[in-house]
Every structure is written in structure tokens, then in C-alpha cells.
Write a protein that binds this ligand. Structure first.
Ligand SMILES: [Zn+2]
Ligand SMILES: [Zn+2]
Length: 241
């Protein structure tokens, strides 16, 4: 079992906030990482190499990057990406430009051609990769310490984990007691949410229109946004999970 780390206290403090605590922590980590890259590492050679190798960031994180006001940093990073890509295309074009080369290129299976392959990232988006690492860490801290009163109480009183993070937590459980407790907590939370959705639908009916809508009034929105996890965490993972 791991020692109680910052991650443990981060989870205890984040569970009371709206939404999935692991999504929320990953979103904050992502903002910090993008900030760190832009303001401290744009001319750092290993960062530039990593950025070039992944051909920049995935679509989701590139959009997030452009919300930062450090335009020059973004320009420097993408100048490096375009430089590498164009050089690779020029090299591939030179090779194809030999006598008969273009005809051979056209006839070849395009996917295996060096010109086409030059567009393929050699590494994954560095923000997605960092999210994967941090996610594994939070999941293992949660499962390892789920029997700690502070963590259990905070989780029970929360909106619960999103579906994917709950599934990952169950997979990471080391014994039946951990899995049972996780299941018990999450089932109660989802049960309450289902109750709110039913109550919302009942009051929405014209026969009950005189009844005032309570906290269940926005349960449809909470359910839709919460169940699938935060957009900046899962929006980029097309087909991954
Ligand atoms: Zn989540
Ligand atoms: Zn990404």
C-alpha cells in the first residue's frame, strides 16, 4: 500500500466539488502542465523534440492550448512541428522524384510510403500521455486508501466517479473488500441520481405541473455531463475506451 501522498489529500479535497473528482484533478493538472510548457519550456530542447515527434498536440488539447494568452510560445512550438514535417515531406518527395519514382509511389500502398508516413506522429500527444500517468496514480491512490474514513466519507458524499473512472477503479482494486466498497459507494450515488431523474420526469408531466421543481431540476444535465466524464479528459480519446 502506498504512503498517503498529495494525491490522497487532493482526492479528499476534490470529492466535495461538483463532478467526478478524478476528472476535476486531471483537468487542473492539464491546465498546470500546459501553462508550464508555454511559459517555461518552449525553447527547452527535450520539450521541442517531444512536441515535434507527436506533431503537436491532439485536437482537444491543441484547442485548450490556444486558450492561453502566450501566443509567441505557441508560435515557437508549432514552427518546430511544421519545420520537421516539411523537411520530412521534402526528403520523401526527393526520393520519389527519382526516375519512375512518382509512378512507383502512386502504385505503392500509400500507407507504407515514406511521404505519407512522414505525417504520422511518432509519439502520442504529450498532454494525453501525462493524463494517462496521472490518472493511473489517482486511481491507485483511491483504491489503495478507499477504506480510510476520510476518503470513504468524501467519496460517499460526492457526485461519484464518472463511468470510466469508476470502471478503472474497480479494475485496479487489489482485493474483494476494496472492490465491494467502491461498488457499494458508487451504486448508492448512481441510485440517488436515477431517483432524481425519475422525480424530474414525474414533475415534468403536466399532471404534476403544480409541484415545484427541486434539486432534481438540473439532474438531466448533471447526468449527461457527469456520466461520460469531463470533455477535456475523454473528448480526445476517440475509440480508446
Ligand atoms: Zn472522471
Ligand atoms: Zn491530447
Amino acid at each position: 500500500m502506498q504512503e498517503k501522498s498529495f494525491g490522497f489529500y487532493d482526492l479528499v479535497e476534490t470529492f466535495p466539488k461538483p463532478g467526478c473528482a478524478i476528472c476535476t484533478l486531471l483537468e487542473a493538472d492539464t491546465q498546470r502542465l500546459l501553462d508550464n510548457i508555454l511559459y517555461e519550456r518552449v525553447t527547452d530542447p527535450p520539450t521541442q523534440t517531444r512536441f515535434r515527434n507527436s506533431r503537436g498536440l491532439c485536437s482537444e488539447h491543441a484547442h485548450q492550448l490556444t486558450t492561453f494568452s502566450h501566443a509567441l510560445g505557441i508560435a515557437i512550438l508549432y514552427e518546430a512541428v511544421l519545420d520537421k514535417t516539411l523537411k520530412a515531406l521534402e526528403q520523401a518527395e526527393k526520393e520519389a522524384g527519382s526516375p519512375g519514382g512518382w509512378a512507383r509511389w502512386w502504385n505503392a500502398a500509400a500507407a507504407n510510403d515514406p511521404l505519407v508516413a512522414a505525417l504520422e506522429p511518432e509519439e502520442s500527444c504529450m498532454i494525453c500521455a501525462a493524463q494517462d500517468d496521472h490518472e493511473s496514480l489517482y486511481i491507485s491512490i483511491l483504491t489503495d486508501h478507499i477504506t480510510d474514513d476520510r476518503l470513504e466519507t468524501a467519496y460517499r458524499a460526492s457526485d461519484g466517479l464518472c463511468r470510466a473512472h469508476f470502471q478503472m477503479s474497480l479494475r485496479a482494486a487489489r482485493d474483494a473488500a476494496q472492490a465491494r466498497l467502491l461498488l457499494d459507494i458508487q451504486r448508492d450515488i448512481w441510485g440517488r441520481l436515477r431517483g432524481e431523474l425519475r422525480e424530474f420526469a414525474r414533475k415534468y408531466d403536466f399532471k404534476h405541473v403544480d409541484e415545484k421543481m427541486g434539486a432534481e431540476g438540473d439532474s438531466w444535465r448533471r447526468a449527461a455531463l457527469h456520466f461520460s466524464g469531463a470533455r477535456s479528459i475523454f473528448g480526445s480519446r476517440r475509440g480508446k475506451r
